[in-house]
Write a protein that binds this ligand. Structure first.
Ligand SMILES: Nc1nc2c(ncn2[C@@H]2O[C@H](COP(=O)(O)OP(=O)(O)O)[C@@H](O)[C@H]2O)c(=O)[nH]1
Ligand SMILES: [Mg+2]
Length: 397
């Protein structure tokens, strides 16, 4: 599971990345601070199964019944118009985005950075322009790849009479394109029964656009929302796009203050609690006052919301808790609810076994839904929050 952070220079991608991963990366107010893609571990969160069973357990990823599940986050170099033609760090940027299953487009919603990433006064730039150009760059990139391959691909399909769905999927698998994506797009555009040789250029453009939307879904993180007088512009965009208001800088301050024991803060929360036993300088107190103001305006910093939205709503993933001992809810070492796995929402008990270990899957006998104590078969579809014991004739390794 990988999510890519993208956007033009200076919108706060690296700040978002640091806040979400706590990895110290270079943060600076000039273009191309991030030269090499940074890959880090961030977390989505959901209710832990310990709540259902009303038990307490010691797991560093469960804080007061909120379970944090790791995902990979990629911070990629800033994007400029013309990137698909290699402008800026163009092709490198687009290549990095290949690995991502979904993207978070970080936008400066306060309008205080121009298209090149230079700082200007609040409201001087229209963030809609950024949304437009980034989507266009992606569409053009997909179209370019399609066009480059099209001649060969369509004549191959014609000669060998392979199914277009299979041939197209195979050729574009490097972009994270799966059979169901291609089928869905072809069906929607009424192209399922049209020979690729007979496609016109408009078919190709539409196909590229829709394939991009389906394989690289994008959430807009309306960052620097703390600088906005009001958030009307974001509400306006919300009419046709998925968008979450964010303040990456505020989240970073909160994470750092929590790390230094000055506050208690659960990422995603609307509040933090001051640690009365810590001595703080007046500057630190002042910074936390500002943070309080931002939180009261935005409800939360939006960083956790953006990650959760991408994984649970855009990608429709579910969290399942595998256990080996269904009475103790533990693994062999006695760790209670030791694991939380992210799975697609149509995943079966067998799929969970595959994620745990190939041998467990090979020897799959049956599984137990620990919440209902019912025996389930290999094809049983799992739900978000399920606690599952797999019974296998083989053990791992
Ligand atoms: N006011 C405000 N400034 C931010 C926020 N996020 C980032 N910044 C500032 O924007 C500038 C660029 O941030 P950076 O993360 O390096 O941007 P990148 O080029 O997109 O990676 C830095 O000065 C950050 O401190 C935010 O949420 N609010
Ligand atoms: Mg950066």
């Amino acid at each position: 599971m990988q999510i890519g952070l993208l956007g033009k220079a200076n919108v706060g991608k690296s700040t978002f990345f640091s806040a979400a991963t706590e990895t110290p990366v270079q943060i600076g107010n000039f273009p191309f601070t991030t030269i090499k893609p940074n890959i880090g571990v961030a977390y989505v969160n959901t209710t832990c199964a310990c709540k259902h069973f009303r038990i307490e357990h010691n797991n560093p990823l469960c804080i007061s019944g909120i379970r944090f599940v790791p995902i990979k986050l990629i911070d990629v170099a800033g994007l400029v118009p013309g990137a698909h033609e290699g402008k800026g760090l163009g092709n490198q940027f687009l290549d990095d985005a290949r690995q991502a299953e979904a993207l978070i487009h970080v936008v400066d919603i306060s309008g205080s950075t121009d298209i090149q990433g230079q700082q200007i006064s609040v409201g001087a730039h229209d963030p809609n322009e950024d949304i437009k150009f980034v989507e266009e760059e992606f569409d053009l990139w997909f179209k370019q790849i399609l066009e480059r391959e099209w001649q060969k691909l369509s004549s191959e399909i014609d000669k060998k009479s392979t199914k277009p769905v299979d041939a197209i999927t195979e050729r574009f698998s490097g972009l994270g394109v799966k059979t169901h994506h291609v089928h869905h797009v072809l069906q929607n555009l009424n192209l399922l029964n049209k020979k690729p040789k007979e496609w016109n250029s408009s078919d190709l453009v539409k196909f590229a656009q829709m394939l991009r939307k389906n394989t690289k879904p994008m959430l807009i993180a309306a960052n620097k929302a703390d600088l906005c007088e009001d958030l009307g512009i974001s509400d306006e965009i919300h009419k046709n796009r998925d968008i979450v208001n964010c303040s990456a800088e505020t989240e970073l301050v909160l994470k750092k203050a929590a790390k230094a024991n000055m506050i208690d803060y659960i990422p995603g929360n609307e509040k933090f609690v001051l640690n009365k036993n810590m001595n703080m300088s007046s500057a630190q107190k002042e910074a936390l006052k500002l943070v309080e103001n931002v939180l009261s305006k935005l409800n939360s910093t939006g960083i956790q919301t953006a990650l959760n939205y991408t994984v649970f709503r855009t990608l429709k993933m579910i969290v399942v808790f595998p256990v080996e001992d269904e009475t103790k809810l533990s693994n062999k070492d006695g760790g209670v609810l030791p694991d939380a796995k992210l799975l697609p929402d149509n995943a079966t008990a067998k799929n969970l076994a595959e994620v745990i270990h190939q041998d467990i899957a090979k020897g799959f006998l049956f599984a137990v839904d620990v919440k209902t104590k019912q025996r389930i078969g290999a094809d049983h579809q799992l739900k978000h929050g399920d606690v599952i014991k797999i019974v296998s004739s083989l053990s791992r390794g």
